[in-house]
Design a protein around this ligand. Structure first.
Ligand SMILES: Cc1ncc(COP(=O)(O)O)c(C=O)c1O
Length: 453
């Protein structure tokens, strides 16, 4: 029998997260205070995040211990299996070996609990009673709802309206885990009311929902905001994926030529790839490739610039690839990839040519996802379909070049509550949306005059 998966025992699960900031060849630009133009201080962030997470956000320690309470919760589904996609390989008929890290087997169905659990834990440890957040596809919102329930915190989730309507089951999952889920833009915040006044039919965006969640958190006592991607501490928590993958590949004596992930805010991609970026910085030959949608082509077509993380300009100015904070991406079905910016860590690495990016449109991604389901069985989330499209592309290149490749990628989540999007695909209702140049130029007007990185 051919080996299909590599497992780790509970006692082989990593006990520390890896922080790439300790190994960067060139330092990252700091986030800036929009008023003063100076680097933000811990005090500036204190109304939004608890201080223990702010410390992690700016830490330069290479290894950060995972608290026992977090390890204990991780053990519910971690370590996750590393699979070899032998059936998909046969279908592709290319000189590639494909390994994937199964992050769809968490209780919430994606990689998001890897950071939801530590974020709930650190908030609780700091004395916080309530967390507000936003969610695109509903994966993050459901992960945080579950984590808040585990640590006895209240949770309110602003869900991008188009996803709220497309994905009622995610809302019900949040409810089941005890959270409140509100479609965004909503009338419960000033930020939401402003958008609705101008665009009553707004489909919403992550940028708008973030504004609402921050406003909701900072206007109450003992309440903080949590972000499911983009920030350094989120990337840090997700590195458990890449560290496990390294340990698993080591067991079978394999090292990848290419490491891939889909990229919305960048956290699952960064999570699997940071330990390999570290190797690359130290001389190892490995390519790191992020896959994004052509309708929200942040890394492939946006500039590297300072921009806000949200529409209402409540966040600091972050140094990142961006399409402009008021860009509202087309309502494609991969809701978790509809974010105008990209994690500053990932952006920095793209800028330094340590990481590459490619963009794929909806029809290629669903085509790849359906092929995957019909060979490997597991039905991927529409976000995950993007990295599968990138794997198909990589296999095609390998075939054309006649060169063998070992591919490792992050299977970020299952699509079992996203079946309406597959239905739309089968019914021929999806279009291969590409963002026109004029639209990018228009959206980038929003950052004219901002400090340049
Ligand atoms: C299954 C899945 N994959 C990927 C993403 C994209 O997020 P990130 O880039 O932070 O990993 C999401 C976001 O909701 C998701 O639900």
């Amino acid at each position: 029998m051919e080996q299909m998966k590599v497992l780790l025992n509970d006692d082989e699960m990593p006990r520390q997260w890896y922080n790439i900031l300790a190994d960067l060849p060139t330092p990252m630009r700091p986030p800036l205070h929009p008023g003063t133009g100076k680097p933000v201080t811990a005090e500036d962030l204190a109304p939004i995040f608890p201080m223990n997470l702010i410390e992690q956000e700016v830490s330069a320690e290479r290894w950060i211990d995972i608290p026992d309470e977090v390890l204990q919760k991780y053990l519910i589904w971690r370590p996750t299996p590393l699979y070899r996609a032998r059936n998909f390989e046969k279908l592709l008929n290319a000189p590639v070996k494909i390994y994937y890290k199964m992050e769809g087997n968490s209780p919430a169905g994606s990689h998001k609990p890897n950071t939801a659990i530590p974020q709930a834990y650190y908030n609780k440890a700091f004395g916080i009673k309530r967390i507000s957040t936003e969610t695109g596809a509903g994966q993050w919102g459901s992960a945080l709802s579950m984590a808040c329930q585990m640590f006895g915190l209240e949770c309110r989730v602003f869900m991008v309206r188009v996803s709220y309507e497309q994905k009622p089951y995610r809302r019900m999952m949040m409810q089941t885990w005890g959270a409140e889920c509100i479609p965004s833009p909503s009338t419960v915040t000033e930020a939401g009311r402003q958008v609705l006044a101008e665009h009553p039919d707004s489909p919403g965006s992550l940028g708008i929902a973030i504004s609402e969640a921050i406003e909701d958190a900072v206007s109450r006592d003992e309440s903080r905001y949590a972000l499911g991607s983009v920030l350094n501490h989120v990337v840090l928590h997700q590195t458990i994926v890449g560290l496990e993958a390294q340990a698993q590949l080591k067991k079978i004596g394999v090292y990848p030529d290419v490491v891939m992930g889909c990229a919305g805010g960048g956290s699952n991609f960064a999570g699997i790839s940071m330990p390999f970026v570290r190797d690359k910085i130290h001389g190892k030959k490995v390519r790191i490739v992020g896959a994004e949608p052509t309708s929200c082509p942040t890394m492939t077509r946006g500039p590297f610039a300072y921009d806000f993380g949200d529409l209402a300009k409540k966040t600091p100015l972050l140094p990142m690839y961006t399409l402009g904070h008021d860009y509202v991406p087309a309502p494609i079905h991969a809701g978790g990839l509809r974010y105008h910016g990209m994690a500053p860590i990932v952006s920095h690495l793209v800028h330094e040519n340590l990481v590459e990016a490619r963009a794929y449109h909806q029809l290629e991604t669903f085509d790849a996802g359906v092929k995957w389901a019909r060979t490997e069985g597991f039905i991927p989330a529409p976000e995950t379909d993007h990295v599968i499209a990138a794997v198909v592309d990589e296999a095609r290149r390998a075939k054309e070049e006649g060169k063998e490749r070992v591919i490792l990628f992050n299977w970020s989540g299952h699509g079992l509550v996203d079946m309406a999007s597959y239905e739309a695909y089968f019914a021929g209702k999806l279009t291969p949306h590409e963002l026109p140049d004029e639209e990018i130029q228009r959206a980038l007007k929003a950052i004219e005059g901002f400090p340049k990185p």
